[in-house]
Design a protein around this ligand. Structure first.
Ligand SMILES: [Fe+2]
Length: 258
């Protein structure tokens, strides 16, 4: 019996992007979305979770169900352009008071969509502190058997006891996602220095583009180059390919012929 042909190179998977047109502060229209997809393809990406902001003001207008519909429409447009790029639903949940209640009511925006063994939920916070309700939302995600992924901690304004907070979150099973733009210096010197130290300390589970608009792709490309300079090929692959694929359970899907 001949051995199975080798699978094509997996390619990078982006776990954090604002590619859905006209939904948040991301892509303005479909042309913008398609320009971003082309930019990500040129950086070696083969797919992205679309993670619009889940902000208090947007609930319940932006729901997990709406995102799934909009992702299907974007995928049809990508396919019409014959671009080999896949998009999945998701969301970036702001840690605001009552975020746990909202998700219990309107659904948890699981990265990749519900089902298929997918369990990751992207969260972010712009607070300088970590009040009780942040833990409550983390608890709500964990209680559902889901994995919280904290977006771009290097951009957080938290200054005091940050390392201790991140240690505590890591012990509870919260993963950290760094932003490419931070590594390129696009988020300023503090984010750059924190990103480098988190990378060095092995804190990041993955790194993502957090792409908003086509004019920001160049910054992400620079960030990817800087990250490649900063680390070894295995770590780069783990952060941009292996871990995102594992969090979306893509290898199991490939094995099932999905
Ligand atoms: Fe984002």
């Amino acid at each position: 019996m001949n051995p199975a042909p080798p699978r094509p190179p997996a390619g990078r998977i982006d776990l954090h992007s604002h590619l859905l047109p006209g939904l948040d502060d991301g892509c303005r229209n479909l042309a913008d979305s398609l320009a971003c997809v082309r930019g990500l393809l040129a950086m070696g990406y083969r797919g992205a979770a679309c993670t619009p902001h889940f902000w208090p003001a947007q609930f319940p207008a932006v729901s997990a169900a709406l995102v799934a519909e909009r992702v299907a429409a974007l995928q049809r447009a990508i396919d019409r352009e014959k671009l080999l790029f896949r998009v999945w639903p998701g969301g970036e949940v702001r840690l605001f008071e009552d975020a746990d209640k909202w998700m219990n009511l309107h659904g948890f925006p699981i990265l990749g969509g519900a089902g298929g063994g997918r369990t990751a939920v992207l969260i972010d916070s712009w607070r300088g502190d970590w009040p009780r309700h942040c833990d409550r939302t983390v608890d709500a995600i964990l209680a559902r058997g889901l994995t919280p992924v904290l977006a771009h901690p290097e951009r957080s304004p938290t200054r005091f006891g940050f390392g201790r907070l991140l240690d505590r979150l890591a012990r509870r099973g919260v993963l950290l996602q760094g932003n490419l733009r931070s590594f390129g210096g696009g988020e300023g010197p503090r984010a750059l220095s924190l990103a480098r130290s988190f990378l060095r300390d092995g804190r990041y589970a993955c790194v993502a583009s957090d792409t908003h608009r086509a004019e920001g792709i160049q910054d992400r490309r620079r960030g990817l180059e800087a990250l490649a300079d900063e680390t070894d090929a295995d770590t780069l692959r783990r952060l941009t390919t292996d871990a995102p694929r594992r969090l979306l359970n893509l290898d199991a899907e490939d094995a099932a012929g999905g």
